[in-house]
Design a protein around this ligand. Structure first.
Ligand code: AMP
Ligand code: ZN
Length: 114
């Protein structure tokens, strides 16, 4: 855990958030500034900066995150569809340097994104 990292501190429950799922490796909580009726962030508890910082040992963890998103989408009744977004790096629009998967749904999402 990184003491200066907002999402590590959320995972450690030092900063309050609305947690919707948690296990030993993953935690999911509602985005504080939702861009859609359902907007959940799913993160590994391990401090990994971004997709660009992944290593081979993270392969199973990434699969587990996607499967957990599938379950959250069903729980949130996103039967008509949803979107997973992983902003990466400065040009990718990443503002928090702890890998996070956005789960967005509950409205018609436009394409392409800006
Ligand atoms: P990104 O731009 O991909 O790095 O996304 C960061 C996301 O974190 C944004 O959608 C923010 O609204 C969200 N966010 C920032 N602070 C918090 C917080 N304290 N609790 C929940 N979500 C947050
Ligand atoms: Zn972190």
């Amino acid at each position: 855990m990184s003491k200066d990292c907002l999402f590590c501190r959320i995972a450690a429950r030092e900063i309050p958030s609305e947690i919707v799922f948690e296990n030993e490796r993953i935690i999911a909580f509602r985005d504080i500034n939702p861009a859609a009726p359902v907007h959940i962030l799913v993160i590994p508890k391990e401090h990994i900066e971004s997709v660009a910082h992944l290593e081979a040992e993270h392969e199973a963890l990434m699969g587990e995150i996607v499967i957990s998103i599938q379950k959250l989408a069903a729980q949130e009744k996103l039967d008509e569809g949803f979107r997973i977004v992983v902003n990466t790096g400065r040009e990718g629009g990443q503002t928090i340097s702890h890998l996070h998967f956005h789960l967005l749904g509950g409205r018609n999402l436009q394409w392409p994104p800006g």
